[in-house]
Every structure is written in structure tokens, then in C-alpha cells.
Design a protein around this ligand. Structure first.
Ligand code: UGA
Length: 440
């Protein structure tokens, strides 16, 4: 008999996981407390932009293999395996993770399951959570129920969510209870058969792999951005430096792109949550370097604002500034903690006339900051601009050549916040172009 799977939480992680599980041939029900989202998903509409996921969702909703509900009753007894993929946002009162949704999901399930089931945590959580949830399940579950818990962190990137889920770099299975590893090996049989490395470990290690990976990536980005601050001051080419460093296989070239810094719903909040958690554990200094990583990252935004003032000879008030890109990275409409959007808002607050264009992110950005002007296309955004900022490296921006813009703008000034354009090509066409890490 085929395994039945529920996925609790239909955000980025949940919908991707649910659709990919259906693609693997399982019967899947996604659960969410938000009836509007459930209705959209049930009709096959993806509520966010993610390449390839919309098609997968539609295919499996149509085939009937993938359904969505708001009703825990419908899934608690039905599914053999329950994946928890709800959010763990930054808490309002500080930097720790808000565990309210994870706890609620586990209690909703534990109090309803009567038979045998495996609950699998996928959300990014503070270390120690799985062991605490294990206690919570024991305290709230029906004495007849046979519930086991496992921790299986998710490493997918936005923009590559389907690929990362179907063919992950590795699988981490925090399995301490009898039977849970065998079930997860069955769930992930296709990836395992294809040779995906698997790490079977305890709860704490499984939880830590996830936060350590994100902390490492954030550190790598801030590391190169700290060198950008040096080259901005004394000269030198940050991209050449990154290329040269990257040839050392121990370092690697990936995540060494200097720019406006990291954003999104994961890296910034995860490094803050890790600091908060280690402090709770009495390790006040252990993750202290992540405070620096965060600060270096936020200084990138100031750098672009200062550069804008300088390039406009301090005539920012009333200047028309075109902002290309507001999502936190290309191929995503996600504007959570987006450096690009933050810069656009700072320039607006400083008195600039800001025109924003993002191929997918305008709508989400407009919900957060309705006072910015959102252009329908690139030409509208750059029309009569005194300064153009390229802040998110969408393919359509990377492909820009001077001739695309020069008849439209008022002045040939450009900040390349992602170092994706050829400086010499633009300079030859009479542009003043400044990249990240460049002395100005
Ligand atoms: C990140 C991790 O890469 C995933 O492995 C992880 O599963 C996910 O968080 C999560 O915890 O859910 P994601 O937030 O989708 O994925 O984005 P990344 O591709 O990691 O990019 C993060 C930010 O770093 C972006 O703003 C990007 O523009 C920036 N970045 C990336 C740089 O500034 N420089 C680089 O060289 C690379």
C-alpha cells in the first residue's frame, strides 16, 4: 500500500515539499490554517513565484494526488507521515525564533492521532526543539497512539526549490526512534537510489546542520563584502579577488559575490536566531562573530545610499532614481528583508523620486511600501532617470547593454549593486558606472 503523506504549512517549504512528494507518487494532503491559501492551492494556483513549481502543483492537483485542507481531522488519522513545514519567524521581542506555529502544529496532530504515525520536522528551529517536541508529544498524545518523531532539515533555495527537493545535495535524517529511519528511506528512495549522500544522526545534530549551513553561507557573503569595504577605500578589484580565492578548492567560488548583501526569509533571521539560542545556552560569545556578519551585511545598504548621494553630487532630493530589482534575489518574488527594497525605501525617505521595477517582486513590495512608484516595465522605470541602480541580478538586467537605456535616461549614471555588468562597456558608452567594492 502506498504511503500517505501530510505536509503541515503551505509556505515556500510546505508547498514545494507537498508537490514534490506527489511527484514521487505519494498521496499528499497539505494543511494550512489560512483558508484563502488553501482555496488557491486547491485550484492549482501557486501564491508565489517559483520556477517549475506552478506546473507541478497543477499537474498533481488535477490528478487528485495532491489536495489541501484547513482541517487537521482530515489528515491526523489519514496520513502515515506528517511533515511539519510551518514558519519560524523572528520574534517581535528580540532575535529568537517564534516557535508558536511549530508547537501548535505538533499539538494539533498529537492530540488527534489515534494509531501509528511518524511526525517529521522540517522547519528551521533552535537546537533542542526536537527533544522538547518529543516531550510535548508524550504529554499531549492519546495513550493509545504510537507516534514517533524525526528531524529532517530542508536546504532548498528559492528559485531552485523543485530541483533542490528532488535532487538534494544531501539528506539529513535526525532519527532516534525505532522505525523512523526506514520510513524516511522509503520516502526518499528515489534520491537515495540516485546516490544522494545521507547522514543519519541524532536530533541536535540534524537541527544544527541546518543553522550551521546558513550561518556559514551568510559568513561567506559578509567575508567578501568586508573585503569590498577595503577595495572601496584603497582600490583593487573585488571580483578578481573572489575569483582568485575561489580557485582554492578549500574555499570555493560560490557565495563569494560582493554586492548589496544577503536578504530573504532565511539567512538574516537564522543568524539572529542562532545567536539568541547560543546565548540562552549560556554561550554568550560563541556566535558573537555573527553579529559582525549581520552588521557588515547591513552596511552594504548604507554604502549604496552614500554612493547615490555622491554620484548625484548631493542633489538627491527630487532626483529620479530607477531601482531595478526589489526581490531579495532573482527568480523570486520574495521581498522579505530584501536589501534592494530597503535601499529603495531609504532613498525615498531621503527625498528621491524612486521608480521601482522588478519582473516578479513589484506586487509584494507595493504591499509593504505602497508609497514608492512601481513601474510596469524596465523602460518606464528608467525613463528620465538621473541615476539607475541595479540591485537584484535578474537575467533581464544582467543582459542590459548601454544602448538599451541611453535614449531613455536623463543622465548616464549607474550603480551596479551586484557587479554583473561589464564596466568597460558602459564606460566606453559614456556612462559613469560604479560597482560594489569599487573605489569612488
Ligand atoms: C538559503 C540557503 O541557501 C538554502 O540552502 C536554505 O535552505 C534557505 O536559505 C533556507 O534556510 O530556507 P535562499 O534564502 O533561498 O536560501 O537564498 P540564497 O540563494 O542562499 O541567497 C541568500 C541571499 O544571499 C540573497 O539575498 C543573495 O542575493 C545573497 N547572496 C548570495 C550574495 O549576496 N552573494 C552571494 O555570493 C550569494
Amino acid at each position: 500500500m502506498s504511503m500517505k503523506i501530510s505536509v503541515v504549512g503551505t509556505g515556500y517549504l510546505g508547498v514545494t515539499h507537498a508537490a514534490c512528494m506527489a511527484e514521487l507518487g505519494f498521496e499528499v494532503i497539505g494543511v494550512d490554517v489560512d483558508p484563502h491559501k488553501v482555496r488557491m492551492l486547491s485550484e492549482g494556483h501557486l501564491p508565489f513565484h517559483e520556477p517549475g513549481l506552478g506546473e507541478l502543483l497543477r499537474t498533481h492537483v488535477e490528478s487528485g494526488r495532491l489536495r489541501f485542507t484547513t482541517d487537521y481531522e482530515q489528515i491526523a488519522e489519514w496520513a502515515d507521515v506528517h511533515f511539519i513545514g510551518v514558519g519560524t519567524p523572528q520574534r517581535n521581542d528580540g532575535h529568537g525564533a517564534d516557535m508558536r506555529y511549530v508547537d501548535a502544529a505538533v499539538i494539533e496532530l498529537a492530540t488527534r492521532i489515534r494509531g501509528k504515525a511518524l511526525i517529521v520536522g522540517k522547519s528551521t528551529v533552535p537546537v533542542g526543539t526536537a527533544r522538547r517536541l518529543h516531550g510535548l508529544i508524550a504529554a499531549t498524545a492519546d495513550p493509545q497512539a504510537d507516534i514517533t518523531l524525526a528531524w529532517n532539515p530542508e536546504f532548498l533555495r528559492e528559485g531552485y526549490a523543485v530541483r533542490d527537493t528532488m535532487t538534494p545535495d544531501r539528506l539529513v535524517l535526525g532519527c532516534e526512534e525505532a522505525g523512523s529511519e526506514a520510513i524516511l528511506r522509503q520516502v526518499y528512495a528515489r534520491a537515495l537510489d540516485a546516490g544522494t549522500p545521507v547522514i543519519v544522526t541524532d536530533f541536535e545534530t540534524a537541527e544544527l546542520v541546518k543553522v550551521a549551513a546558513n550561518a556559514f553561507l551568510a559568513t561567506k557573503i559578509s567575508f567578501i563584502n568586508s573585503f569590498a569595504e577595503i577595495t572601496e577605500t584603497i582600490g583593487g578589484d573585488i571580483t578578481v579577488l573572489a575569483d582568485a580565492l575561489g580557485h582554492d578548492a578549500r574555499i570555493g567560488r560560490k557565495f563569494l559575490n560582493a554586492g548589496v548583501g544577503f536578504g530573504g526569509g532565511c539567512l538574516p533571521k537564522d543568524i539572529r536566531a542562532l545567536q539568541a539560542r547560543t546565548s540562552e545556552l549560556g554561550l554568550t560569545h560563541t556566535m558573537g562573530f555573527l553579529a559582525e556578519v549581520d552588521e557588515i551585511n547591513l552596511r552594504r545598504r548604507e554604502r549604496v545610499v552614500r554612493l547615490s548621494h555622491a554620484m548625484l553630487q548631493d542633489q538627491l532630493v527630487g532626483a529620479r532614481v530607477a531601482v531595478l530589482g526589489v526581490s531579495f534575489k532573482p527568480d523570486s518574488d520574495d521581498v522579505r528583508d530584501s536589501p534592494a527594497l530597503d535601499i529603495a525605501v531609504r532613498l525615498f525617505n531621503a527625498g528621491a523620486d524612486v521608480l521601482v521595477y522588478d519582473p516578479e517582486g513589484n506586487k509584494n513590495a507595493a504591499e509593504r511600501f505602497p508609497r514608492l512608484f512601481y513601474a510596469n516595465d524596465l523602460a518606464e522605470a528608467v525613463a528620465n532617470a538621473d541615476l539607475v541602480l541595479l540591485l537584484t541580478e535578474w537575467a533581464e538586467f544582467k543582459a542590459l547593454v548601454p544602448a538599451d537605456l541611453e535614449q531613455l535616461v536623463a543622465a548616464r549614471r549607474l550603480i551596479d549593486g551586484r557587479n554583473v555588468l561589464s564596466r568597460s562597456q558602459w564606460e566606453e558608452a559614456g556612462w559613469e558606472i560604479v560597482g560594489m567594492g569599487q573605489h569612488y
